[in-house]
Design a protein around this ligand. Structure first.
Ligand code: PNS
Length: 185
């Protein structure tokens, strides 16, 4: 049964967050690598909130399956959001909800490209609230980026295809270097 059509019990009240003088949002993900779709979400979140932290978090389902190491993902994400006022990049070392509570974040922000994303995001949003985190705000992906994912970019790059329409130039370079260092598919 879909999470969204489950018989409705009243939603639990939003947990209190630590006081914060400005509205902070956390945009978490693996960012392996960051794409122009991710950058678009950061830019739009920065227009809604005073501060946005793009948080590079651990996805247990992807353990040992990242193409880029965390330092490279951090460097590329910092480079990509440089110039977006109010945005910065950090590593989320553990639970997203704990990180948000410690920082007094007002919201978690995620991008939504299609229904499959919603199916994945809805249970995470509910769990993050149950874990003491803030509400999740879902921003609909811009049509120009609605088909773009890190997986798609990695797939194209692994066959030597041109990924420059989908990622910042530094990411395209880093992918080419990383893939040159490993045997092809
Ligand atoms: O880009 P991804 O891999 O789809 O992002 C998933 C991510 C990293 C946001 C999610 O796995 C996450 O929040 N990880 C941090 C650990 C955590 O809080 N897990 C419980 C989430 S309900």
């Amino acid at each position: 049964m879909s999470v969204l059509s489950a018989p409705s019990e009243p939603a639990p009240p939003s947990p209190p967050v630590a006081p914060h003088t400005s509205a902070l949002a956390v945009y978490p993900g693996s960012f392996d690598p960051i794409t122009l779709g991710h950058v678009d979400i950061v830019r739009r979140a920065a227009a809604l909130f005073d501060e946005v932290i793009l948080g590079i978090a651990h996805n247990a389902a992807k353990t040992g399956r990242h193409l880029l190491d965390i330092d490279t993902r951090l460097r590329l994400a910092r480079d990509a959001v440089e110039g977006i006022e109010g945005a910065r990049v950090e590593i989320i070392p553990g639970l997203l909800a704990d990180f948000c509570r410690e920082r007094g974040a007002r919201a978690i922000v995620k991008g939504l490209r299609h229904g499959t994303d919603l199916d994945a995001e809805a249970p995470m949003a509910l769990a993050n609230r149950e874990l003491g985190g803030p509400e999740t705000v879902l921003l609909i992906a811009s049509p120009a980026h609605a088909h773009v994912s890190s997986s798609l970019v990695k797939d194209i790059a692994s066959y030597g295809g041109d990924v420059t329409p989908y990622v910042p130039p530094a990411v395209a370079t880093a992918l080419a270097q990383r893939l040159a260092a490993t045997p092809g598919p």
